[in-house]
Design a protein around this ligand. Structure first.
Ligand SMILES: [Zn+2]
Length: 491
C-alpha cells in the first residue's frame, strides 16, 4: 500500500449451518431441488403459522462459536429485522440483535505477506477479535433468468427461505486485504472441520461482506467506510478490497471525499461499482420476536458440545510440527482439511516415517487426486497402503522412481503396493548368494576385461557393475553388487 496510509477492514460472514431441515420449520434444506418444492406455511410466511426452533441449528451454531473462540451466551433473544423485499414473504427476517447467541471471540490465525503473484512469503500469527456470532434465517432468492418471459417477469424461489445461518462479525482488525483473505479461509476451514457448515462459497453457503476504509497513519478516527458485497470467492474479496484501497486513496489525495455506500465486485471488469448509497439504507426497526421464547442453553450443553469437538486445525498443525517434526508448510497443507490430516496421521504410522509419508502425500497422492477430481476421503489408496509403499522404498525393496509407478498403479487398480511389486517382479534382489551367482557369470563371460582390470585398469569396475545390473534386469541391489564385485575382483 501507498506510504503514509493505513487501511481498516471489518468482515461479516454468513455461513449456512449444515442442518437437514430449516431453522423454524421441517422443510428440507437440500440444494438444487425444484423451485419452491421445499416450502410450507411457516417459511412462506402465511398468517397464523408459527416458528419452532430446530435444535440442531443451535448445536451447530455452538460448534461454530466454540471453533472460533467465542463465548456462548446462556440466554439470547430472537428479533425481527423488518424490511420489504420480494424474497422475504413475512416482511421480516428472524435474526438476533442486542442479545446474540455468542460474543467476544478472540481467534488466533496465521497470516502471510504475499509477493506480486499472491504467493505467501512469510507467515506470522495474528489475533482477530470476533464481535459476535448470531443465528438467523436466510431469505429466498429472486430469479431473473433461466425461466420463460424473464424479460418481463422475475420469479421467487423460497427453497432457501428459512435456512439456518450463522452471521459472524469481526471488529475492524484487518490492516490488509491478505489478512482478510487469510481470516476468511481460516473461518471456512474451521467451520468445515467441526462439521458446522459446508462453507462452500460456490454453492453460496458461505458469503462474506467487507467494510473498508482508509486513513492517514497516525489518525485516530476511521475514514468513511464502503461496504463490499457480492464477493463470490475469497480471492474476489481480496481483489475488491485492494481495488477499494487504491480508489479511496486516489480520491482523497485528489481532494475528493469517499461516499458511504454499498459496492459490488465486477470480476470481469476488475472493479467495484455502486450498488446503493447510504440514503437508501434500511432502518430495520428490530424488536423481539413474539412467537419464539428466549433461547436458553445450559452450561452442561455447552460442555457437551465442547467435548464432542475434534482437535481444532491450528492445534493440530502445531501438534503435527512437534510430534512428527514437519515443516510449517507441510503441516499447513496437511491440515488444510480434517480428512487430509486424518489420512496423513494414519499413513505416517503405517510408514513409520512421518516425513516420508508427508512427502508422498503432498507431491504424489494429492496430484493424482486432483487429476482425477477426487477428494482425500475418496482416495482409492487407503492411508495404510500409502504407508506400506513408503516402507517398501525405505527398506530398499524398490526405489523411489519405481515407487511413483507403483502408486499410480495402486491408484488405478486399487491393489496393494506389495501385490503390485510381486506381480510386476519389481522387488530388488538383495540376496547375496543370488548376486554372487550373477557376478560369477559376468566375470566368466568377460575374461579379457577381467585380465585388464587385474593388471591395473581400475576404471573397468564400472563396466562390471553395469554388466551385473544388466544381467539382473536392473533388480540387483546396487550396494550389494558393489560389495560382491569388490571381493571377487580383488581375489
Ligand atoms: Zn417450511
Amino acid at each position: 500500500m501507498k506510504n503514509g496510509w493505513e487501511v481498516v477492514i471489518g468482515l461479516e460472514i454468513h455461513a449456512q449451518l449444515s442442518t437437514e431441515t430449516k431453522i423454524f420449520c421441517g422443510c428440507s434444506t437440500r440444494f438444487g431441488d425444484e423451485p419452491n418444492a421445499n416450502s410450507c406455511p411457516v417459511c412462506l410466511g402465511l398468517p397464523g403459522a408459527l416458528p419452532v426452533l430446530n435444535w440442531r441449528a443451535v448445536e451447530l451454531g455452538a460448534r461454530a462459536a466454540l471453533a472460533l473462540g467465542l463465548r456462548v451466551n446462556e440466554r439470547s433473544i430472537f428479533a425481527r429485522k423488518n424490511y420489504f423485499y420480494p424474497d422475504l414473504p413475512k416482511g421480516y427476517q428472524i435474526s438476533q440483535f442486542d442479545r446474540p447467541f455468542s460474543e467476544h471471540g478472540t481467534l488466533e490465525i496465521m497470516t502471510a505477506t504475499r509477493d506480486e503473484g499472491g504467493h505467501a512469503r512469510e507467515w506470522r500469527p495474528m489475533t482477530v477479535r470476533i464481535t459476535r456470532l448470531h443465528l438467523e434465517e436466510d431469505a429466498g432468492k429472486n430469479v431473473h433468468e433461466g425461466l420463460p418471459d424473464t424479460a418481463r417477469y422475475s420469479y421467487v424461489d423460497l427453497n432457501r427461505a428459512g435456512t439456518p445461518l450463522a452471521e459472524i462479525v469481526t471488529e475492524p482488525d484487518f490492516r490488509s486485504s491478505w489478512e482478510a483473505y487469510d481470516y476468511v479461509n481460516h473461518v471456512r476451514r474451521a467451520l468445515q472441520w467441526v462439521g458446522a457448515s459446508e462453507a462452500d462459497m460456490e454453492k453460496g453457503n458461505l458469503r462474506c461482506e467487507a467494510n473498508v476504509s482508509v486513513r492517514r497513519i497516525g489518525d485516530t478516527e476511521f475514514g468513511t467506510k464502503v461496504e463490499l458485497k457480492n464477493l463470490n470467492s475469497v480471492r474476489f474479496m481480496q481483489k475488491a478490497i485492494e481495488f477499494e484501497i487504491e480508489r479511496h486513496i486516489e480520491l482523497i489525495e485528489a481532494g475528493g471525499r469517499v461516499v458511504q455506500e454499498t459496492r459490488l465486485w465486477d470480476d470481469r471488469a476488475g472493479e467495484t461499482r455502486t450498488m446503493r448509497s447510504k440514503e437508501e439504507a434500511h432502518d430495520y426497526r428490530y424488536f423481539p420476536e413474539p412467537d419464539l421464547p428466549p433461547l436458553v442453553v445450559t452450561p452442561e450443553f455447552i460442555e457437551d458440545v465442547r467435548r464432542s469437538m475434534p482437535e481444532l486445525p491450528e492445534e493440530r498443525r502445531r501438534r503435527l510440527m512437534d510430534e512428527y517434526h514437519l515443516s510449517f508448510n507441510d503441516a499447513v497443507q496437511l491440515t488444510s482439511e480434517r480428512a487430509l490430516a486424518d489420512y496423513y496421521e494414519q499413513a505416517a504410522r503405517a510408514a513409520q516415517n512421518p516425513r516420508g509419508a508427508a512427502n508422498w502425500i503432498r507431491t504424489e497422492l494429492l496430484r493424482e487426486l486432483e487429476a482425477s477430481g477426487r477428494t482425500v476421503a475418496e482416495s482409492p489408496v487407503p492411508p495404510e497402503e500409502l504407508g506400506a509403499l513408503v516402507r517398501l522404498i525405505d527398506e530398499g525393496q524398490i526405489n523411489g522412481k519405481q515407487g511413483k509407478d507403483v502408486l499410480i498403479e495402486m491408484f488405478n487398480s486399487g491393489k496393494s503396493a506389495a501385490v503390485i511389486v510381486a506381480e510386476q517382479g519389481l522387488a530388488q534382489v538383495s540376496d547375496a548368494g543370488e548376486i554372487e551367482g550373477i557376478v560369477e557369470e559376468v566375470l566368466a563371460a568377460n575374461s579379457q576385461q577381467l585380465a585388464k582390470y587385474r593388471a591395473g585398469k581400475d576404471s573397468l569396475f564400472g563396466f562390471f557393475v553395469g554388466q551385473v545390473m544388466k544381467a539382473s534386469r536392473g533388480k540387483a541391489n546396487p550396494k550389494l553388487v558393489n560389495e560382491v564385485l569388490k571381493s571377487k575382483l580383488n581375489k
